[in-house]
Design a protein around this ligand. Structure first.
Ligand SMILES: [Zn+2]
Length: 249
């Protein structure tokens, strides 16, 4: 891995992360991602190129709109930095390979879905419909295990979440999302991803209830946990599963 590729991919992640913010904030509420051009959500002033440099603009303006002084959401730079770091991680882990490309798609889906789910408690169909065919095609052309294991992963992923959705704990967006993730991961990596998601959701979600950040009745978005579980399992699933099996066998 050359330093050049690492820097290039990180910067690409920062720039795309900025775009993913727009997608995550506009698509769930039915707005176009091109029109109107980016403007301040408070005063409506159209933002210029200098206001749209990922992270740097936010830091230079100390997190405030340069025109009206209104605070900007921390989600913007967070989404950008997260995308940059995750892009870098994928390329360091997989290099410039088909699996790396699938990883970049998975990371992009993660950022958009997480921002959208955190802000609106929604996982937009349009976003899933954009990523699903690309991921499907990627896995069919470059499967990481026998293709039937990917198909089984997709069915199981959707099926597990559907059981929760029918009882009212999760939405249909989560069902479709995890069916896609399951197809990419295959079995048994999908099971690991689900266990990680449940663990994180319980520990962090429960922790937030304990310190009173969210009430017990308030639904917690589960999409981000599903995606974090999926990314960990995608990156290190076989190592974790082998390590676990060698402990108990
Ligand atoms: Zn403003």
């Amino acid at each position: 891995m050359t330093l050049f590729i690492a820097i290039y991919v990180s910067v690409l992640g920062l720039v795309l992360g900025s775009f993913f913010n727009v997608v995550a904030l506009r698509v769930p509420v039915g707005k176009s991602i091109i029109n109107p051009p980016s403007c301040c959500g408070h005063c409506g002033t159209r933002l210029r190129t200098v206001d749209l440099i990922p992270v740097i603009s936010y830091l230079l303006s100390r997190g405030k709109c340069r025109y009206c002084g209104d605070s900007l959401s921390f989600l913007y730079p967070a989404g950008e930095i997260l995308t940059g770091l995750l892009y870098l991680w994928i390329v360091l882990r997989f290099g410039v390979t088909p699996e790396g490309m699938i990883g970049l798609l998975l990371v992009s889906l993660t950022v958009i879905v997480s921002l959208s789910d955190l802000k609106y408690m929604r996982i937009p169909n349009k976003v899933l419909l954009f990523f699903a065919p690309l991921l499907l095609l990627g896995i069919l052309l470059f499967p990481t295990q026998p293709r039937w294991e990917h198909v089984l992963g997709g069915l199981l992923g959707g099926g597990i979440i559907l059981l929760f959705a029918l009882r009212g704990g999760m939405g249909m967006g989560d069902v479709k999302l995890f069916a896609i993730c399951g197809f990419v991961l295959g079995v048994p990596e999908l099971i690991l991803a689900f266990l990680i998601a449940c663990f994180l959701g319980t520990v962090i979600g429960g922790g937030m209830m304990l310190i009173g950040r969210v009430s017990r009745k308030q639904p917690i978005p589960f999409g981000p946990w599903l995606m974090i579980g999926t990314l960990i399992s995608f990156g290190y699933g076989s190592e974790i599963i082998q390590g676990y099996l060698s402990l108990i066998l």
